[in-house]
Design a protein around this ligand. Structure first.
Ligand SMILES: [Zn+2]
Length: 449
């Protein structure tokens, strides 16, 4: 690959990153040794052996990382960033009880713009420091989430919620949609933020509202992101009430398309899988949250065998309880083996691809993100492989998937801009973020409330 050998390349470039290993994801299953990535105007303009790169380019900023591996920034395809402020508040309870007795009352009492800003900053800092460069978010005040992401230099798909009932952010489906599209408008020129539809789940949004979302999404060419088939109970309840499985209902209402992201997807039968396959919709697998809430598991192996794109997400920190995508992709690889009795299920390359390129495909950003290739945006992370936990190194990809890597992510670039150097974030103050998180904990646990 790599050297597009064009005479039009600038001799002077913005950034040259040289590393011991590069795992570009495309071409598949490739490890480049002692190569460099040349970046100009936010884009990757060449990937070539370091010796050649040093002769050919004059970089404004150059960095040599001989003990590091470079790979595409991880893509966390599902979460609720601000819920980081509820981390560890209610553990070890099943989904329905967790939502109804703990999370919804706490949200009703505490969530406002300030909560969302402070919680999202906490989440964004954690994600950047564990190797994520793009996240998808579904929460109240998506305008605030979009601003926090943008100010931190982080890439995000911000989904605005749609519910059938009033919450702090909207009154009814029309109100949510109107406000959400206004946020989309505010960020339409952003390089980093894409605002899309986030109808919460089939059981919280009416047929009429789902149809409206589907119609507007098709008309305006906008993604739809929705929780679906999170538990067997959700499926059973809907069959009992409406005589239809949730996926069949979404299909009948026109919600399933190649622009649709279906989050969780446990309790699937052959008809469900066929509907997803025919529609070209994407699946977002959140293994740690599903395991923690005992929700079940998504049959990744079967879905991939059918050619369905499966990306990964952490879900919110209230049900995970971390936003560490390296841990998530390791869990996905391990769970796939337990679920199938097949040790080759979701192998290391497939797991890493699920956390990078598959996330980009799900968000309709495959042309820009998910692999390190000439012409794509420079969203890159560097992981220090000189640490004890990674020794000895036979296959760098095995280290990325099966050893503890998140703490060893040292540098990251998004859109060619350096957002972390030696684990220091360029745009966020960790001390202040931690102090605010503790203030929220004090308020939430204060006996006055
Ligand atoms: Zn969720």
């Amino acid at each position: 690959m790599t050297d597009s050998a064009s005479n039009t390349l600038p001799a002077t470039i913005d950034t040259l990153i040289s590393a011991g290993w590069i795992i570009p994801i495309r071409p598949a299953q490739t490890v480049l040794k002692n190569h460099s990535i040349a970046i100009h105007n936010g884009e990757i303009v060449a990937i070539l052996p370091t010796e050649q790169a040093l002769q050919r380019f004059d970089a404004q900023y150059g960095i040599d990382l001989p003990q590091h591996v470079l790979c595409p920034g991880l893509i966390n395809a599902h979460g609720h960033a601000a819920m980081s402020l509820f981390r560890g508040m209610a553990d070890d309870t099943p989904l329905q009880q967790w939502l109804e007795q703990h999370i919804w009352p706490a949200e009703g009492q505490w969530v406002d713009e300030e909560f969302v800003r402070d919680g999202t900053q906490l989440a964004v800092a954690e994600m950047l420091r564990s190797g994520t460069t793009t996240f998808s978010d579904m929460y109240f005040f998506p305008n605030v989430v979009a601003k926090v992401a943008s100010d931190a230099g982080m890439r995000a798909q911000i989904t605005f919620p749609v519910f059938n009932f009033p919450t702090i952010w909207g009154q009814d489906p029309d109100d949510y949609i109107r406000k959400g599209l206004a946020v989309r408008d505010d960020f339409k020129h952003s390089d980093l933020v894409n605002v899309v539809f986030g109808p919460h789940a089939p059981y919280t949004v009416s047929d009429e509202a789902l149809q409206k979302v589907a119609m507007l999404a098709a008309e305006l060419d906008i993604n739809i992101h929705i929780h679906v088939h999170e538990t067997q109970k959700e499926v059973d309840d809907e069959v009992a009430q409406l005589g239809q499985r949730p996926l069949a209902r979404l299909n009948a209402l026109g919600v399933l398309s190649p622009k649709t992201q279906l989050v969780h997807m446990t309790a699937l039968n052959a008809d469900d899988i066929e509907l997803v396959k025919q529609s070209g919709a994407h699946v977002i697998h959140c293994p740690q949250s599903n395991m923690k809430l005992a929700s079940g598991f998504c049959p990744v192996q079967t879905l991939q065998a059918e050619g369905i794109n499966v990306a990964l997400g952490t879900d919110g920190a209230a049900s995970n309880n971390s936003l560490d995508m390296f841990a998530e992709l390791q869990t996905a690889a391990l769970l796939a083996k337990v679920a199938t009795g097949d040790a080759s299920a979701l192998g290391d390359w497939q797991a890493l691809e699920a956390a990078t390129l598959n996330g980009a495909k799900a968000m309709s950003l495959e042309h820009k993100l998910g692999s390190l290739e000439v012409g794509k945006q420079a969203d890159i992370i560097a992981i220090d492989f000189s640490q004890l936990e990674q020794q000895p190194i036979y296959q760098p990809v095995s280290q990325l998937v099966y050893t503890a890597c998140a703490q060893h992510v040292t540098h990251s670039w998004i859109n060619g801009q350096q957002v972390m150097a030696d684990r220091q974030l360029a745009h966020l103050d960790i001390r202040e973020i931690k102090a605010k998180a503790q203030q929220w904990r004090d308020k939430i646990t204060s006996p006055k409330h």
